[in-house]
Write a protein that binds this ligand. Structure first.
Ligand code: HEM
Length: 128
């Protein structure tokens, strides 16, 4: 039997559903972030992030079956992501992670990843 994944440990599909729904509720009402997203496909965007995070943390691999290799930096290249966009993204993710009421260890694991990933997605700097 394979080891219990972080995905299972925190509660599986319902927890990732809540995380991403809460996150996108924030993004949709954010004047800095909302314009970057496909206005006619919020449900698709929500599916993509949920499926990616599910796969990343050891759940079903539907994301790559449908979308291929994540290549997230490349997929974010069309969007101008400076410090303001990165920080706005992280603030909605922070609220979404808080809403899950994870254990301190689980919270630190998930949040450490989100901060690292958001920094790595930045593709605009003040001197550009
Ligand atoms: C897609 C913005 C960080 C994961 C997108 C899209 C936008 C966006 C506008 C297109 C929406 C869609 O149609 O799917 C941003 C901004 C970020 C950020 C402003 C700030 C740093 C992240 C991070 C992750 C992530 C940290 C992972 C933890 C994804 C995924 C997709 C996506 C999985 C869908 C990729 C695909 O299959 O096409 N993001 N993003 N993003 N983002 Fe981000």
């Amino acid at each position: 039997p394979s080891a219990r994944t972080f995905y299972d440990e925190v509660g599986g599909a319902p927890v990732f559903e809540r995380l991403v729904a809460r996150f996108y509720a924030g993004v949709r009402s954010d004047p800095v972030l909302a314009p970057l997203y496909p206005q006619d496909d919020w449900e698709g965007a929500e599916w993509r992030l949920r499926a990616f995070l599910t796969q990343y943390w050891g759940g079903p691999t539907t994301y790559s079956e449908q979308r291929g290799h994540p290549r997230l930096r490349m997929r974010h290249a069309p969007f101008a992501i400076g410090a303001a966009q990165r920080d706005a993204w992280l603030s909605h993710m922070r609220a979404a992670v808080d809403s899950l009421e994870l254990s301190p260890e689980q919270d630190a694991t998930l949040w450490g990843y989100m901060e690292m990933a958001a920094r790595s997605m930045q593709n605009r700097w003040p001197d550009d």
